[in-house]
Design a protein around this ligand. Structure first.
Ligand code: DC
Length: 223
């Protein structure tokens, strides 16, 4: 029996940390689909292809193979056999990933890759459109969210810990802008699937969030 657990939600709600822990707890494979968009953003950025030129991005997809592999439980993402996992978490690549993820041809390019992974394994898959587009028949769908203020505060602390000089106001403004862009793009906008359970982590710490998610999964998995 294989299971599909779809987790969607805005940036900074703790999706990847919580989904990874949940997958480990349940013995399922964690699939971070944001890494696929980041891998494409990385490829465009490093090959000098303008991410504002949708047609050029689509043409460039022709020479591109993106794949995922799991090594000791950790997901690795490959661009034409190059492991780019450690190179896709920079602000430039976040920006590039966000831009190219709004192009319908890019989303179509990644659709079957995501569905094939979920068909081959039991997965906890996180993203923006997993419950709405990629796995509309997922066994459990969770929309993981938190108030913009609490998401901004968490992101602000992470950035300060990394030694970056930012203000909480700037992080909050950026968060609100990304929420707006994600929810208003034409291609697969971020929205809660009608049959998703909403989990709001604003008042929960990490452990409580994982426990709550586990509860929702166990309540909703087919018996
Ligand atoms: O979750 P993340 O920050 O790694 O995602 C990177 C970008 O990709 C982000 O701008 C949203 C986009 N994305 C998407 O459009 N659909 C997904 N399923 C996952 C990510």
């Amino acid at each position: 029996m294989s299971y599909q657990i779809a987790i969607d939600g805005p940036a900074g709600a703790g999706k990847s940390t919580i989904a990874r822990a949940l997958a480990k707890d349940l013995g399922l494979i964690y699939v971070d689909t944001g890494a696929l968009y980041r891998a494409i953003g990385y490829y465009m950025y490093h090959n000098g292809i303008s991410i504002d030129d949708d047609a050029a991005v689509i043409v460039a997809l022709d020479g591109l193979r993106v794949s995922l592999a799991h090594v000791e439980g950790e997901q690795h993402v490959f661009v034409n056999d190059e492991d780019v996992s450690n190179r896709i978490r920079t602000p430039q690549i976040s920006m590039a990933a966000s831009k190219i993820s709004a192009i319908p041809g890019v989303r179509a390019f990644l659709l079957n890759l995501q569905r094939d992974i979920a068909a081959a394994h039991s997965v906890v898959m996180d993203g923006r459109d997993i419950g709405t587009v990629i796995l509309p028949n997922a066994d459990v769908k969770i929309f993981l969210t938190a108030s913009p203020e609490s998401r901004a505060e968490r992101r602000y602390k992470e950035l300060v810990e990394k030694g970056e000089s930012v203000t909480l106001d700037a992080v909050l403004a950026d968060m609100k802008k990304r929420d707006y862009d994600d929810a208003h793009r034409a291609a697969a906008p971020l929205r809660k699937a009608d049959d998703a359970v909403e989990v709001d982590t604003s008042a929960l710490n990490l452990e409580q969030s994982i426990a709550r998610m586990k509860e929702v999964v166990l309540e909703n998995l087919p018996k």
